[in-house]
Design a protein around this ligand. Structure first.
Ligand code: G6P
Length: 607
């Protein structure tokens, strides 16, 4: 949620911290702060709002400093304010801490520390860590942080610096991602690889209950009891373009236009000698054929990809499939047997609820398979197998290209299950695969002229509310379309199975009320058309997403957004691109920051 960056080495630290924060700003952006080591003490600056405000406030700060920590915040405990912005400091100001996660026992620790005379300046859970480290500090920062972490309950990625230890950072992790790397100029630490120096491609992903001490001489690692450890170094291919807009007005637009590539790369290597290959699943055809229940667990947009997959798995493999919001699943008592397959879908691979839900499912004996975009993320590591979606770094908070990667990956999984159940033949699979691959070109076609989508969006931009309706697999797409609109334009939007309209929602329809109807050619096309007319006759403004060549729909819709003809099961791929663009054009017309919508965070690493 929040973003952390730290550096110690030979270069001026201020620019490294500010640039790192800018790259991390997509994670949280209500306030930001830095602490830079200076011989006379730590220089700490906080500002509410964007990193640009902090940069301005630091204009004449940080001279000569080559060691420091920084943070961009997404508020959980304590409203966005300068006092609540990180870094948090000890009573004497000589220890500073940045933190991602939630310290669950902070209230109890705060009481204890108050009783011992510590004075608190903020309402945050994090501040207890600064005072705890101060309490344990006897000239060895690493030892003090080790002692402090033993007292913490909850999740933390921590970076700590101390005025009494020149050129030193101490890092600790539990359930919140921390990556580190070294180059000729020094050591870098961040909550996300994107904030590490661009030439670092060998990274250390700290594991739970591990700590590190960073100095200009390098990094040393230990466990909570001080035992030396040798963490794994992972080589990653860095995409140096990943955090640049590349000529697009915003990251969301850039990422929407990347979708044909995502489809191609996600499918690359999946058809081997005429057979579907998902070898990462690590289950034989026989084992797959025993699966008699599938749970798809996810949050947000990833959950919507799951709703689409339910239609495919049940349709092709006839395996009962439930799609569950991770935060619900983890507190239920789901029916899991050894023949249950749990599929966790998560762009970031770090979403706290999804992670907790799969740990629980594994304990109960399920085989857990992940679909994620981030190599070596926590969810990838904790699963029995993983498909990577090849979307590459997604910066815009509203998910677009990684959703498409998820839908394509889930489609492959559904095909494989269909085949293993003997319900799809090899020749059917080959034909379906070709058609699935064709969606890349079809998305390109949609992207080549978006003028009608933009016109429809401008017609709806002043609405206060909108409905998205569809049937079958199209109703699943509608949930995602409505979420996109809510997230980035702050326009209220709801999705309904079209048949439900007359059971309540239709009461809200009035003149000019936008009803986005997904009415592509499918077995339920005519039924959807009737629902569209019910809204039309009550004055709704109809925006219909329809199949190219459908002339009839023009009679009822105010705007028709055409998509190329595809197999009904693959329509989510093309239709969702149209709905993403529709939401984005509305958001831009309403003057919203589409990449950084208010109150949202890219990766929700707290419960
Ligand atoms: C946040 C993001 C959404 C995302 C959801 C699940 O709410 O803003 O875009 O869909 O988390 O994230 P995940 O990384 O697990 O897919």
């Amino acid at each position: 949620m929040c973003g952390i960056v730290g550096y110690v080495g030979s270069l001026p630290v201020k620019d490294i911290l500010i640039n790192g924060l800018k790259r991390l700003e997509y994670r949280g952006y209500d306030s930001a702060g830095v602490a830079m080591w200076q011989p006379e003490g730590l220089e700490v600056v906080h500002r509410v709002g964007k990193v640009a405000n902090l940069e301005e406030a630091c204009a004449d700060k940080g001279a000569g400093s080559t060691c420091g920590i920084a943070h961009t915040r997404w508020a959980t405990h304590g409203r966005p304010s300068e006092a609540n912005a990180h870094p948090h400091v000890s009573c004497d100001g000589r220890i500073a801490v940045v933190h991602n996660g939630i310290i669950e026992n902070y209230a109890e620790l705060r009481e204890e520390l108050l009783a011992r005379g510590h004075a608190f300046r903020s309402d945050t859970d994090t501040e207890v860590v600064a005072h705890l480290v101060e309490e344990y500090y006897e000239g060895d920062l690493l030892r003090a942080v080790r002692a402090a972490t033993r007292r913490l309950v909850g999740a933390y990625g921590l970076v700590v610096t101390c005025a009494d230890e020149a050129q030193t950072l101490v890092v600790a992790r539990k359930d919140s991602p921390i990556v580190m790397g070294v180059n000729d100029d020094g050591c870098y630490v961040a909550s996300d690889m994107v904030a590490l120096a661009k030439d670092i491609s060998d990274i250390v992903v700290l594991e739970d209950y591990q700590l590190a001490k960073l100095t200009p001489a390098g990094m040393v690692f230990c466990g909570v009891d001080g035992e030396a450890i040798e963490p794994e170094v992972i080589h990653v291919e860095r995409d140096l373009e990943e955090a640049e807009k590349g000529g697009y007005p915003d990251f969301m637009m850039k990422e929407i236009y990347e979708q044909p590539r995502v489809i191609r790369e996600t499918l690359d290597g999946r058809m081997v000698n005429g057979a579907l290959s998902i070898e990462e699943l690590d289950l034989s055809v026989e084992e797959l054929s025993f699966i008699d229940r599938v749970y798809i667990i996810a949050c947000g947009t990833s959950y919507h990809a799951g709703l689409i997959a339910k239609n495919l798995i049940e349709g092709w493999a006839r395996i009962p499939t439930e799609v569950e919001v991770a935060s619900e699943f983890r507190y239920r008592n789901p029916i899991i047997t050894p023949s249950t397959l749990v599929v966790a879908v998560s762009q970031s691979g770090e979403t706290a609820d999804t992670k907790a839900a799969i740990s629980d499912a594994r304990v109960r004996g399920a085989k857990v398979f992940a679909i994620t975009n981030v190599v070596d993320s926590s969810i990838a590591r904790e699963s029995d197998g993983v498909i990577y979606t090849k979307a590459k770094k997604e910066i815009s908070v509203a998910s677009t290209k990684s959703f498409t990667g998820q839908v394509v990956s889930l489609t492959l999984l559904a095909m494989l299950l269909g085949q293993s159940k003997g319900r799809l033949s090899s020749s059917q699979i080959r034909l379906m695969f070709r058609e699935l691959a064709d969606t890349a070109g079809q998305v390109e076609e949609i992207l080549s002229d978006t003028s009608v989508i933009e016109r429809a969006a401008l017609a709806c931009k002043d609405a206060t509310s909108a409905f998205y309706i569809g049937r079958g697999i199209s109703s699943a797409i509608c949930y995602e379309g409505a979420l996109k609109l809510k997230e980035i334009s702050y326009l209220h939007a709801e999705a309904y199975a079209a048949g439900e309209m007359k059971h309540g929602p239709i009461a809200l329809i009035h003149e000019g009320f936008p009803v986005v109807t997904v009415a592509t050619k499918s077995p339920v096309y005519e039924k959807t058309l009737s629902n569209l007319q019910e809204s039309k006759t009550r004055g709704a403004l109809i925006v219909a997403v329809a199949t190219e060549g459908d002339e009839k729909i023009k009679e009822y819709a105010d705007y028709v957004l055409y998509v190329p003809k595809v197999r009904n099961e693959f329509s989510p791929i093309t239709v969702s691109v149209v709905l993403q663009l529709f939401a984005r054009y509305i958001a831009v017309a309403r003057g919203c920051n589409v990449d950084q919508p208010r109150n949202l965070a890219k990766s929700v690493t707290v419960e």
